[in-house]
Design a protein around this ligand. Sequence first.
Ligand SMILES: [Zn+2]
Length: 277
Amino acid sequence: MTSEVTVRWLGTNAWEVTGNGATVLVDPYVSRTYTGATKPGQFDPETPIAIDEAAIDEHIGAADSILITHAHFDHIADVPYVAERTGATVLGTETHLNLLRAMGAPAEQLSLVAGGELYQFEGYAVEVFRSSHGVTGKHKSLLFPGTRPGEAPRKPEKIKDLVEGGSLAYLVDFGGVSLYFNAVPSFHEQEVAGIRPTVLFMQGANRNYPDYEERLFAAVGSPPYVIPTHWDDYEEPLNEPAVDLFGGAALGEQVALHSPDSQFVLLDHLESFTIEG
Ligand SMILES: [Zn+2]
């Protein structure tokens, strides 16, 4: 089966993937609320959650599925609005979905996953993997840790209310072209070993993990394409060139070193790339 899949980067970890007449969104977040997160000493966890509907309408069109990797503000704050407007199915953990419910997302569109699921949609299949969020510092600290099991919590008002809620990774297979999202330094090596994506979306290095890039390339078989994600200063405008804050370009050196047969594709804000199957 031949297929053609186009990916477009919406900044942060937000991706639009189109193929076989279908559209899949990963962590669609374009509001880019200023929180100080990318400026040392400036981060304000009390920043109110604010969504920029005009930006969402400008950058996000139709969608069939929305895949949530975790529930931090720069991943899910826009999802209730996007889900409502598109009617897309939203995949996430119990916590992700409870937070989305609390923010008014359409309950009937929410699909609970935990890792291990393999679902067929019209034009593509989605396989779900468990993952872990990256940690920072000497004590391996996680930003806004925690879960919200059971009933939906009170409505999240501040960015600190959007707890991580577990992390997931996704393999999206259009038949001939497959894409693996949420390749983070704490990827679950044993669980993804053996998958063979056409395109690997991955984050830059993190000193809390040994040989991240080498181990990941080995686990997923040095894919034809490697695309860095979540490397921009996501509080700078999406309509301007990305500011490389988290090792986007540097990842290219790691690819050349450890996976030389892979093509490194560094996309700028709103840029697209088409993969032929
Ligand atoms: Zn996060």
